[in-house]
Design a protein around this ligand. Structure first.
Ligand code: ADP
Length: 561
C-alpha cells in the first residue's frame, strides 16, 4: 500500500505539481514581458505626440518669422518696431502682445499708453527685456540650445504627476535665470516660457538677419495656442479603443484628450512624457481606457491556467484516491478469497470426516443398537445436507457472479414453503436441543418466486441461526404480511452480529466471527447469496439486533395480489 502511494507521489503527483509550478512561472514571465511591451508602446505613443507638439511649435516659430519679415518689407525697421504690437495683432491671431526691443535694451513696442494687456506686459517684462533684471525661465532654442550651466540653475522641480509604469521617468527640464540679452546671445529666433504669478507666459522672438540689433517678439495667447495644439493630440484608430492620450498642464489638469468623456486619476497615468521647455511641466500622459481591459488577456490566461491546474490537481487527487481505494478493495478481496478457500476446504472436510467415520462404523456392523444406528444415520444425513448446502452456495454464487443464474418464477405460497423448509430442518435442530417456534398464517401468502432459490435463502437463515446460536438455543420463525409485502422473520438468541457489521455481513466472503476465535466454520457466502436472490425477487434480506441478545434476519418479498 505504502509502495503504491510512494509511486503515485513520485511518478504522478510530484511531476504534475512541478509542471504546474513551471507553467505559472512562465505565465508570470509572459505577463511581465507583455507589460513591458505595452509600456514601451505607450511610451512611444507619448513621445510621438510630444514630437508632434514640438513640430507644431516649430511651425509657429517659422510662421512668426514670416510675419516679422512681411511687416519689415512694408516699413522701415524703426517704424515697424514702434508699430509692431498693433500690426502684429492685426495679422497674427496667436499673438496676445507684440514687442520690439533693441539689444541695448530700448523697448519700442508695445506702447505704455496702449491696451491694458500691453501695459501689463510692459510692467511684467520691461526690466527683463531691457536687461536690467534676470528672470526665471525655461529655455528653448531651436537653433542650438543655450548652455544652461553658464546660468544659475535654480533646479526647480515642477513635476506633479507620477506615471504608474516606466520607473526611469525623471524630470528632464529645469529652470534657469538670465537677462534677455544674455539669453538671446547670437541666436536668431527662439521661445521661452516662464511662470508669472503662477501663470504660464510664452514669449516668441525673431531677429531679422538684416536688422540684427533689433528683436521682434510676441507673447502668445495660451488659449489660442491650446486651440492649435488640440488637433495634434490624436491617436491611431487601433489605439483609440484601448487608451486615452491627454495633454496635462503643470497642475496635472487635462487640457486636451483623445477621448472626450474619459475621466481618470490624472495624477497617475500609465506612462507620461514631458513636453519640454516650451510648456514646462506639461505632459502628454497615457491612460488605459479600462484598466481591466488592459490586463484582460493576461487575466484570462492566468484564470484558464489556474483552472486547468486546479482541474489537474483535482483529477490527480481523485484519481489517486480512487486508485488507492480500488487497490485497497482488491487487496481486501484477495485476502477474503484466500480466507474463503481455507474456510471452504475446512467446511468440506468436517462433514466428510464424520460421514466417513459413521458410515464405516455402520458398514462394519459393529453398532447393533437400532437406536444408535438411527442416530448415526441421522448424523450422516445432516452432514450430507450441510455439504449439499455449502456446494449449492458456492455453485450459485459463481453462477450469479458470472451472470448465469436463471430463476424460474412461479406462483407460490410463502407460508407453505416456509413451513416445508422449516419442518425439513427441524429434526436437526431438535437433535441439537433447540427450542423452536413456527408462526405461519392459516391462509396462503401468495408470492411469485423461484422455489429452490427461496428455499435456499431460508435454509441459509435457519442454518446461521443454528450456527451462531451460542448458548441460547432458541429459534423462532414467523411469516407476516404487511402493506403488500410478505416477511419471514428468523429470530435467534445467539451471539449476535457485532455492532457496525450489520451491512458488512452481506458482502462476499465477509465473516464477522472468524473461525479461529469462534470455532464456527463458514464460507462468508450464505448471506451474500440470500440478499442477491431476495433482490432478484424484488425484495431484500435485512439484519437487526434484538433487545436482550440475538439477531433477527428478515426476508422480505413482494406479495402477488
Ligand atoms: P458464513 O458461512 O460465515 O456463515 P454468511 O454469509 O452466512 O457466512 O454470514 C456472514 C457472517 O454473518 C457470518 O460469518 C457471521 O459472522 C454473521 N452472521 C450470520 N448470521 C448470523 C446470526 N444469526 N447471528 C450472528 N451472526 C451471524
Amino acid at each position: 500500500m505504502r509502495k503504491v502511494a510512494l509511486i503515485f507521489l513520485t511518478a504522478v503527483l510530484a511531476p504534475s505539481l512541478v509542471l504546474a509550478w513551471l507553467a505559472i512561472r512562465s505565465l508570470k514571465d509572459q505577463q511581465i514581458v507583455a507589460e513591458r511591451q505595452r509600456t514601451l508602446l505607450y511610451d512611444g505613443v507619448a513621445q510621438g505626440l510630444v514630437k508632434d507638439i514640438l513640430d507644431e511649435f516649430a511651425e509657429i516659430q517659422r510662421d512668426f518669422g514670416r510675419q516679422v519679415e512681411a511687416l519689415l518689407a512694408k516699413q522701415a525697421p524703426i517704424d515697424a518696431a514702434y508699430a509692431f504690437d498693433t500690426r502684429l495683432l492685426e495679422s497674427w491671431p496667436l499673438a496676445e502682445v507684440g514687442f520690439a526691443v533693441s539689444l541695448e535694451g530700448s523697448v519700442y513696442s508695445p506702447s505704455l499708453l496702449g491696451r491694458s494687456e500691453a501695459r501689463r506686459f510692459r510692467l511684467e517684462n520691461d526690466k527683463f527685456l531691457s536687461n536690467r533684471e534676470s528672470v526665471e525661465f525655461y529655455w528653448n532654442s531651436p537653433k542650438g540650445a543655450i548652455n544652461l550651466s553658464k546660468l544659475d540653475d535654480s533646479g526647480k522641480e515642477g513635476r506633479y504627476v507620477s506615471p504608474q509604469k516606466g520607473g526611469d521617468y525623471k524630470t528632464k527640464i529645469s529652470s534657469a535665470e538670465a537677462e534677455f540679452k544674455r539669453l538671446v546671445a547670437d541666436s536668431s529666433e527662439g521661445m521661452l516660457a516662464r511662470y508669472v504669478q503662477n501663470q504660464l507666459k510664452i514669449l516668441i522672438w525673431y531677429r531679422p538677419p538684416n536688422v540684427t540689433s533689433m528683436i521682434f517678439g510676441a507673447q502668445l495667447s495660451v488659449s489660442d495656442l491650446l486651440a492649435r495644439l488640440k488637433p495634434v493630440i490624436k491617436l491611431h484608430e487601433t489605439l483609440q479603443r484601448e487608451i486615452c492620450a491627454v495633454l496635462l498642464d503643470d497642475r496635472a489638469k487635462p487640457l486636451a484628450k483623445t477621448y472626450l468623456n474619459f475621466l481618470a486619476d490624472w495624477k497617475h497615468p500609465y506612462v507620461a512624457e514631458e513636453v519640454g521647455e516650451i510648456l514646462p511641466h506639461w505632459e502628454v500622459a497615457i491612460y488605459p481606457l479600462r484598466a481591466t481591459l488592459l490586463n484582460k488577456p493576461g487575466h484570462t490566461a492566468a484564470l484558464t491556467l489556474g483552472l486547468l491546474i486546479g482541474v489537474l490537481v483535482f483529477a490527480i487527487g481523485v484519481g489517486g484516491y480512487l486508485l488507492v481505494s480500488d487497490l485497497n478493495r482488491e487487496l481486501k478481496l484477495a485476502r477474503l478469497k484466500s480466507d474463503f478457500v481455507g474456510n471452504v476446504s475446512h467446511e468440506l472436510k468436517t462433514p466428510l470426516t464424520s460421514i466417513r467415520m459413521f458410515s464405516e462404523l455402520l458398514a462394519e456392523g459393529r453398532i447393533e443398537e437400532p437406536q444408535k444406528q438411527k442416530q448415526y444415520l441421522e448424523i450422516i444425513n445432516a452432514e450430507t445436507a450441510r455439504l449439499t448446502r455449502l456446494i449449492n452456495n458456492v455453485l450459485d454464487f459463481s453462477r450469479i457472479e458470472r451472470g448465469e443464474k436463471k430463476y424460474h418464477f412461479e406462483p407460490c405460497d410463502l407460508a407453505a414453503l416456509t413451513r416445508e423448509v422449516f419442518n425439513n430442518y427441524a429434526p436437526q435442530l431438535q437433535n441439537n436441543g433447540f427450542q423452536m417456534e413456527l408462526q405461519v398464517p392459516e391462509s396462503a401468502v401468495p408470492i411469485r418466486c423461484d422455489r429452490d432459490a427461496i428455499s435456499q435463502v431460508l435454509l441459509n437463515l435457519f442454518s446461521n441461526a443454528e450456527k451462531y446460536s451460542g448458548e441460547g438455543k432458541e429459534i423462532a420463525v414467523q411469516v407476516k404480511t404487511a402493506n403488500g409485502s410478505a416477511r419471514v422473520e428468523v429470530r435467534d438468541r445467539g451471539i449476535g452480529v457485532p455492532p457496525g457489521a450489520e451491512e458488512k455481513i452481506f458482502e462476499q466472503f465477509y465473516r464477522a466471527h472468524d473461525a479461529l476465535s469462534s470455532g464456527i466454520q463458514g464460507s462468508g457466502l450464505g448471506l451474500t447469496l440470500a440478499r442477491q436472490i431476495a433482490r432478484a425477487h424484488g425484495g431484500d434480506v435485512i439484519c437487526e439486533s434484538r433487545e436482550g441478545g440475538g439477531t433477527t434476519f428478515t426476508l422480505e418479498l413482494p406479495m402477488e395480489l
